[in-house]
Design a protein around this ligand. Structure first.
Ligand code: SF4
Length: 335
């Protein structure tokens, strides 16, 4: 067994590190099944792949919630769904607060500012807010604006692209085969079709998901392969932080070693993508694991608070990047 699994890393070294070709689904599964004593080798290889194909820079992003809670969808992990008795109530942010958040985000050195709304897709009121918000941010501060507003129509895609929104986030969340266990109010294919429109309109595609939602390792490998097929510019990787009142509220938190194997495997499946730590890493990995992930394939972080749970303070992440000699990616390099 060990010989076969060691072999997977040897194959990956030649295929991914030397040639830049990501792992197949089967190879990803073999990596996820590596015994714990092989984890340091897996992380080391993932780090080498990241340095070789992405470089040492780390992309820093801030996110803000323009519309929080009250979503009509039933994603079982999400405390913003209006269908569960979770404690997040619907609220809107005003434009001056949005601009203030963008200015504060830029001050941390971040180059990306993502406007998020808890909706199935934007209605005219939300599009109007986004129009006004993007214009006000562009007026006030030099930062790339991204949006995450759910499923889009072709018209909305075209309008966001015309506004200069340079990246759009829409997560597939999990493997296609597991999606019906996670969401019943819309399909994986509907999400995929928004992603295709976004790509065709020339915006960068940001697409990731959440691991630790009860999917099998085989489904995690399937998800990595499906993301690789999409070729997103960025993959935010969340670890389930079970929220009270949601259908997944009682699931166990993923083991730290399992989370690190997942990070490294996703890096080997997606050698060139921006792989971002998103929500849930504090509860899954703690401070020590945060460092291991940054040395195991992660090359982007979110500063400050997440949407409904507290993240680490911006400075502790930025201090860690400095200590690891990983420069924050400059704005000029992203334009
Ligand atoms: S994940 Fe998004 S679409 Fe799903 S319930 Fe939460 S806010 Fe709504």
């Amino acid at each position: 067994m060990t010989e076969l699994l060691t072999d997977v890393l040897a194959v990956a070294r030649e295929q991914v590190l030397e040639r830049g070709e990501g792992l197949t689904e089967e190879q990803a599964l073999a990596c996820l099944q590596l015994p714990d004593d092989r984890l340091p080798d897996l992380l080391q290889l993932a780090h080498e792949v990241r340095m070789r194909w992405c470089g040492p820079e780390v992309e820093v992003e801030g996110i803000v919630s323009l519309k929080t809670g009250g979503c009509p969808e039933d994603c079982h992990f999400c405390s913003q769904s209006g269908l569960f008795p979770s404690p997040v109530r619907a609220a809107w942010l005003d434009i001056p607060s949005l601009v203030k958040a963008a200015v504060e985000t830029r001050a941390t050195g971040a180059t990306e500012f993502c406007i998020v709304a808890a909706v199935r897709g934007p209605d005219e009121k939300l599009m109007e807010q986004v129009r006004a918000g993007v214009a006000a941010i562009r007026e006030a501060v030099d930062i790339q604006v991204a949006c995450s507003l759910g499923m889009l129509t072709q018209e909305q895609v075209d309008e966001l692209a015309a506004m200069g929104v340079h990246r759009y986030n829409h997560n597939l969340e999990t493997a296609r085969s597991y999606f019906p266990q996670v969401v019943t109010t819309h399909t994986w294919e509907e999400r995929w079709s928004t992603l295709m429109m976004v790509r065709d309109a020339g915006m960068e595609v940001c697409c990731g998901g959440i691991v630790g939602m009860g999917e099998t390792r085989a489904q995690r490998a399937e998800f990595a392969a499906q993301l690789a097929e999409l070729e997103p510019d960025e993959v935010p990787l969340n670890f389930l932080n079970p929220r009270p009142g949601t259908p997944f509220g009682d699931l166990p938190v993923m083991e730290g070693t399992e989370a690190l194997k997942t990070i490294a495997t996703f890096r080997l499946a997606l050698p060139r993508t921006i792989l971002r730590y998103a929500g849930g890493r504090e509860i899954t990995l703690g401070d020590l694991g945060t460092r291991d992930g940054l040395l195991g394939g992660i090359n982007a972080v979110i500063v400050g608070n997440y949407l409904t749970t507290l993240g680490r303070p911006a400075t502790s992440d930025l201090d860690l990047l400095e200590e690891l000699s990983m420069p924050v990616k400059a704005l000029s390099a992203t334009l």
